[in-house]
Design a protein around this ligand. Structure first.
Ligand code: FAD
Length: 547
């Protein structure tokens, strides 16, 4: 995936300009490009730099939304969860979840059984992964450290874990492979408006400082929690459509928090549901999430001590023998939900997770809300809407049929995955590195193996042995990684799963990236400094102000 230069794009006209490179924007770019439209996607920072790397990392139907009678949303999300097993098998991992019931919970075992039966049916796979109800004794056999006081029963069911940042990057790569033009660090700073209609955007390249004007038949605002800010670039728009809520996760070590299954339980404080989830990477468990209305700055959102206290309390409630405090934290992350709230009297947890598509007076097509899991369907609906609005103006009068459900994402094709496994096995890297490449890059791991075959020094392990120069070279050349933070947070995703976030090797990573991107020594130092600040802000240390 090659980064487009803003200077080259300036003056060009596309069918679609998509603003925002989170999962929603990249899914729209993929859908529109696969249907044969000309598309440019502009992201002001990096792909998934907003909410799409800060989720609970589940591809799920959303069991709890059944309680809010959101049957359509749950059915759609269950179907999409199943589809991801085919579209991106390297990024969709079915795992057992347990919904536990304690005395005092509003659900009875009967109601839970009914809910899980509906969930099985919606998944379209009721035989293969049918849920099982378990009594307290059976629950304690499979989760011996679970709090036994008041434990009534539980339901074991299945959902998928993913890596949200990687899913977003692989979708962006698929959009590019289908013909979309893409640039990260390209911020839309204004609209070109003529005769009362938006005809294009003014864009600023945040790396080179270059600016340009790009035109399109249809301009899409897919900027998540920034939706209102981008809408406000249109003359006369000042109202708010979004009410973001903040969601925080904390990461613990399994040795401190011995849990084998993801457990769905209620907070002792306010009865909200949350999960401790064994992570895909390492011997870790992450616990989330909080859900509180948020009014602060939208960039660089972090966990507060009260968010962390809330989650530690919930974690302790589930496993009372676990001695947890701030020293037990491997890390934290925080994200903002781009919720569309029509009714301001609703609580944060009861605002609908449904997405909305709406058109502004000057024709800006906005999309907000929804979920990582349902982004493909949201994209399909948005492109359908654009065709209904702009059909006759589009260059492609006869768009190709929708195929986003048939064609695997980049790295997801089964044949390419087996070829990659063979290629990786043929070079001298450890099994741990090989497995990491396969789970992060799927079929594209073949290219990492090829880099090592031509230059054996690219296979040399750095730091604790997770990273090799081959991975850095691959993500710079093929995944548009432009900063040290891009590498650690949204390509290797090491930021989430190690206490130092990879800082021990940050200088080496910066040196390797500098060779490829031509950074000066000042730029290199600045890159490491910026990443260090991000790690520090997400690793709350137990100082007096925090406790
Ligand atoms: P974002 O990912 O925020 O993307 C918007 C992008 O627009 C950003 O990258 C931003 O930089 C860019 N942008 C903004 N302004 C401009 C501009 N002027 N020019 C160019 N670009 C711009 N969903 C699930 O399915 N499963 C889950 O487990 C799950 N858990 C969640 C847990 C939490 C705590 C949260 C907050 C959400 C969760 N979700 C989950 C929901 C899901 O993560 C979001 O719905 C989804 O990531 C939103 O994606 P987006 O593309 O709309 O927004």
């Amino acid at each position: 995936m090659k980064r487009a230069r803003i200077q080259d794009l300036s003056g060009q006209t596309f069918d679609f300009i998509i603003i925002g490179g989170g999962i929603t924007g990249v899914s729209i770019a993929r859908d529109a490009a696969m249907r044969g439209f000309s598309v440019v996607l502009l992201e002001k920072e990096d792909f998934a730099a907003g909410t799409s790397s800060r989720s609970t990392k589940l591809l799920h139907g959303g069991l709890r939304y059944l309680q809010q009678h959101e049957f359509k949303l749950v059915r759609e999300a269950c179907r999409e969860r199943e589809l991801f097993l085919y579209l991106a098998p390297h990024l969709a991992h079915i795992r057992p979840f347990i919904y536990v019931l304690y005395r005092g919970y509003p659900e009875s075992p009967l109601l839970l059984n009914l809910g899980l039966t509906i969930y099985d049916i919606f998944s379209g796979n009721p035989i293969k992964r049918r849920h099982r109800m378990l009594n307290a004794k059976k629950l304690l056999e499979i989760e011996p450290h679970l709090n036994s006081a008041g434990l009534l029963a539980g339901g074991l069911y299945y959902d998928s874990l993913t890596d949200d940042a990687r899913l977003t990057v692989e979708t962006a790569k698929s959009a590019f492979d289908s013909g979309a033009t893409i640039a990260n660090y390209a911020e839309v700073v204004g609209f070109i408006s003529e005769a009362g209609k938006i005809q294009g955007v003014e864009v600023l390249d945040r790396l080179s400082g270059a600016s340009g004007s790009i035109r399109a038949k249809c301009v899409v605002n897919a900027t998540g929690v920034w939706t209102d800010r981008v809408r406000a670039l249109e003359k006369g728009i000042a109202d708010r459509r979004l009410r973001p809520t903040k969601g925080v996760h904390i990461v613990l070590r399994k040795q401190d928090y011995p849990l084998q299954h993801a457990v769905f339980l209620r907070s002792p404080r306010d009865q909200r549901v949350a999960w401790p989830i064994p992570a895909l990477d390492g011997d870790l468990v992450y616990v989330g999430t909080t859900d509180t209305f948020y009014e602060g700055p939208l960039e660089d959102v972090t966990a507060s001590s009260s968010d962390i206290d809330y989650l530690l309390e919930l974690a302790r409630q589930a496993i009372p023998d676990a001695k947890l405090d701030y020293d037990s934290l491997v890390g934290t992350w925080a994200g903002l939900r781009p919720l569309v709230a029509a009714d301001s009297s609703k609580s944060a947890s009861s605002v609908s997770r449904e997405h909305e598509i709406f058109v502004s007076p000057e024709g800006l097509l906005n999309i907000a809300g929804g979920k990582l899991t349902t982004a493909r369907v949201m994209a399909q609906q948005l492109v359908d809407k654009a065709i209904a609005l702009h059909g006759p103006e589009f260059r492609t009068r006869h768009p190709r049929a929708i195929a986003t459900h048939k064609v695997p994402l980049s790295g997801g094709d089964l044949e390419s995955i087996s070829n990659a496994k063979r290629a990786v096995a043929s070079i001298p890297v450890s099994a741990a590195i090989g497995n990491r490449w396969m789970s992060h890059y799927g079929g594209n791991a073949k290219y990492l193996a090829e880099i090592c075959a031509t230059d054996p020094s690219a296979a040399q392990e750095m730091g604790d042995g997770r990273i090799t120069p081959a991975e850095i070279r691959y993500v710079v050349e093929e995944e548009m990684a432009m900063t040290v933070s891009d590498f650690f947070i949204r390509r290797s995703t090491i930021f989430f799963w190690t206490q130092d976030g990879g800082l021990a090797i940050a200088d080496q990573v910066a040196a390797e990236m500098a060779r490829q991107l031509g950074w000066s020594s000042e730029e290199r130092a600045q890159q490491v400094r910026r990443y260090r600040e991000q790690v520090t802000a997400n690793r709350l240390v137990p100082t007096a102000s925090h406790v």
